[in-house]
Ligand binder design. Sequence first.
Ligand SMILES: Cc1ncc(COP(=O)(O)O)c(C=O)c1O
Length: 436
Amino acid sequence: MNVDRSAAAFERAKTVTPGGVNSPVRAFLAVGGTPRFIKSARGAYLTDLDGNEYVDLVCSWGPMLLGHAHPEVLAAVAEAAQHGTSFGAPTQAEVDLAAAIIDRTPIDQVRLVNSGTEATLSAIRLARGFTGRDKIIKFAGCYHGHVDSLLASAGSGVATLGIPGTPGVTAGTTADTIVVAYNDRAAVRQAFATYGDQIACLITEGAPGNMGVIEPGAEDGIGFNRFLSDLCHEHGALFISDEVMTGFRVSKSGQYGLDGVGGDLMTFGKVMGGGFPAAAFGGRADIMAHLAPVGSVYQAGTLSGNPVATAAGLATLRLATADVYETVDKTSEQLRAEVHAALEQAGVPHVISHSGNLFSVFFVAPGVTAVPDYTAAQAQQAQAYTAFFHSMLEDGVYLPPSAFEGWFLSAAHDSTALDRIVAALPRAAQAAARAA
Ligand SMILES: Cc1ncc(COP(=O)(O)O)c(C=O)c1O
């Protein structure tokens, strides 16, 4: 496969931006090789600068639920742009987008922002302002954007690059962050027993997707999110469900649609922006009433509710009907079965876990049958994933360039796209077997 143009673009990029990328995981550092510079995307496919076409299993890290360049989303964007691209004043479309989010979730009110990072940092600030408490609990391996206080033991790029903590984040900033292991009920109970009346909130991903996908475990018929929500309320703390990744993706109503547990505050991004920079946080009306201009917790944004991004988000949510979720769920189930069969055939130990259609494949040590937390996720045979990844890439399938990420599908991944992925699996599984 010729990647000369991508290689040249990468060299040039490195001279003008650190590592040549605008978000670390794009640099292929964990898997090595040349990051593909993308020229265009349509439906389930990406085309790079050298003209190579790939079935895309990253989907912009989640947003492209409908596939790339969906004609109706493009039409909505073009229509909105005709009327001006930013006003710094309210529009009706923002209200429509807020209403569409409220319609699919248990929250009463929404504030639109530009990125998932902004959504979580604003939600944490609001939780602290509302409760008058300082401490927050997060889970090791969960990623909530590059918010200072949430970078302690974070997933995604922080996990991919093995960064233990981030220089530039002061000890004071993370001093109020308590980190516990995911799915570890005893550890969460202990944290509340020790700091109960100082804890403003616990933040968790709807289902973790940034250390690979981890399933919230059930005990005695009680799901992990329900357990967390109940425990927060016993201690007067807020439960924040970060659905930036799972929201409007793993079901019409995100993880809430799967387990019925909403947050007092919730955060959204990715799908709701339809491929544009739009995100949101929202929650109970009495909590949201503490936000400026009604209340005193300040939060603002020049481009918040941007009309073009709002149009893309509205069109995407309108088009993301029950049929879309049914299709993507079915494709995901088929693909998971095919990946399992190929790896089993090649004798590669693996665990595939999923939340709805979002899934990941852990290349585990022999005998490991479950990956419940970050420690287990970190124990992966990363070299097996690397070999698998490169074989798939050479055969025209673009997987996440890190073992710590989910695989994303879209409604545009039809049987032709699926066949192309399936055809590439045996060779990749054998490569993984040799590397394990
Ligand atoms: C669960 C979760 N929260 C927050 C974020 C941050 O979103 P953004 O990258 O838009 O700042 C991400 C990004 O991957 C995420 O997966």
